[in-house]
Design a protein around this ligand. Sequence first.
Ligand code: ADP
Ligand code: ZN
Length: 724
Amino acid sequence: MNRVRLLVLNAALGPLDYRVPEGTRVMPGQVVIAPLGPRQVTGIAWEEEHLPSERVPDAKLRPILEILPVPPLNAALRRLIEWTADYYCAPLASVARMALSSGGALKGPATTTEYRLSGGLPERMTAQREAAMEALEGEQATIRELSGIAGVSEGVLRGLVNQGVLEPVEVDIDRPYPAADPAFAEPDLSPDQQAVADRLVKAVEAREFAPFLLDGVTGSGKTETYFEPVAAALQAGRQVLVLLPEIALTEAFLKRFEDRFGVPPVLWHSSLKSTERRRAWRAIANGPARGGAQVVVGARSALFLPYANLGLIVVDEAHEVSFKQDDGVRYNARDVAVMRAHFERIPVVLASATPAIESLQMAQSGTYERLELASRYGGAELPEIRTVDLTEYKPGHGAWLAEPLVEAMEERLERGEQVLLFLNRRGYAPLTLCRNCGYRFQCPNCSAWLVEHRFSARLACHHCGHEVPSPDTCPECGEPDCLVACGPGVERIADEVAERFPEARTVVATSDTLSSPGRAAEFVALVESGLVDVIVGTQLVTKGFHFPELTLVGVIDADLGLEGGDLRAAERTFQQIAQVAGRAGRGSKPGKVLLQTRHPKAPVIAALASGERDAFYETETEMRRDAGAPPFGRWAAIIISSEDEAEAREAARKLGDTRPNLPDMSIFGPAPAPLALLRGRYRYRLLVSAKRSVDLQGAIRRWLGGINHPNGVRVGIDIDPYSF
Ligand code: ADP
Ligand code: ZN
């Protein structure tokens, strides 16, 4: 009898066996619908030997119902799914779901109906209709998505459809994307760039697993350089995946891609509309040979898609923390990218001006091949970096710009050049308190202060999204006019700039103001057209942007990232400041960077000012080696949470009491997690530290698997954790 084992897309179920009806064949990787009790489940046909489970006797098997008409997930992706689930201690089903990301892509007709404004007017105009129509200007999407965009109910929009104000448009899901031309605009590479490009092109042509660390200073032209192996892959009819850490960066990238290859790439990110998502998924699975996607640019979730014929992966700004996913399946896209390349037998390029210590170590040990671009393209010099000692130059009360920075700004603004002020804090002020009774505004769901956002007149929690309108009286003592903002956020810096330089045109650039690719594009256009003098921004503006007229970068608080003192505090501070410094002087005019700090002698600040990158990395690496910290040892965090404080504490204690006692492995805690309350859940944490030789995941699985907790308790495993 013909039978098949399914990896069912439901973590609670485990593998299930089915009968394959006479005359049908099911290949591993095919997506199948099968009955389960009175319901139906979706599953992926899997090799039995890779998915151990008790073998159900033939007579008991029910037949599968349907094989979906989509290309099967190839063996490389199936092995990647297994590896990811195993390494990160996550359910196979949860990882597999990321590959099938859009259930809708699998089923349903190949056309869909979207709606757009027809130009007609409703019989009766109401304020609500008017606002909705204004919001829908230029949009085309399903009714449901339009309702989200316009902020009105689907019912209101259906009313507009009935009156002909919104008209239907039939959209063919499988319409092809325009083909990229590898020779559209070939650049003249510098000799250094050419050497790196040649090496990568050769690797693409060899069709073997080959991991590279592309280590090139800011402005060295890493993008132009890795576009050459992209062209080689296109030429060979193979697909390319470029992972970017932030969707706001995509806009600038798209433009450069289009300049080079004549057409935009295919985009993949979490805010794609459902029809775009279906179209992209199907095009990726169909591959170039069938008119599908060639180059995909995406956020980390693009990594698990079922590429038909992948030939190259690039991870740009590979050191970025946002490649680490911290909920659901906790994985690091940078590391999974290397594994995918391994299973697909293709090259992978990790590009960065400030590589992670982990990546540098891999290069040092010869596991990754290091490619270097040591100077900026076109003879631009790296900027001069100076510290401003805040203990010497104290800004006045309620001010944050010290005199040397103000003077440097004056100079640049007089010359018509642009200034970037960097502070990694959204909003106006990180804390609001009552001068009268000392009350502090705190999030009810998280152990965090509410951050004042003055532009939108709200206090907001940056962890759970809780928001209240900015109050004018203290909720505790009822006193009016007693609330004070403590500390600076970017909005407050923008206020100070406006006070000191009333003529300067200032924009605030954060995830609040650049929340969509469209708004990011407007920002780039605005700065490029010279209509902006001062940019005040968070980490969002530290990378990717290329503004030739920007000659001064001011770091408002270089010490900010060093607070808290976790393992990567110094490394991250170095990366962030080196990156933001790298925005200065990218054109023909030299750049200057001023770091405001209270600790000019701190090793990381001193290294930034002296430009001694390698010395900094060496010291950091030695410290990690001595401490047995990653990448020399292995770490994991166990997070225990519950809505009930006592329940969480008790579950954590139970885990602590049953900790295994193994050689070369230590377990610390339990202790309250750094965010002891998050989204209404109380959190405790245990830390596991082990030598590289220890089977860390196996030990953790055996330990946690033996203990039952009340239903309200969740236990999360974070392998190679980032937040400490
Ligand atoms: P990085 O990513 O290394 O910081 P970019 O790729 O942003 O550097 O390159 C910096 C600038 O130099 C960009 O405007 C880019 O278009 C330009 N550039 C780099 N290499 C070349 C080249 N070979 N020909 C023309 N322009 C180049
Ligand atoms: Zn909160």
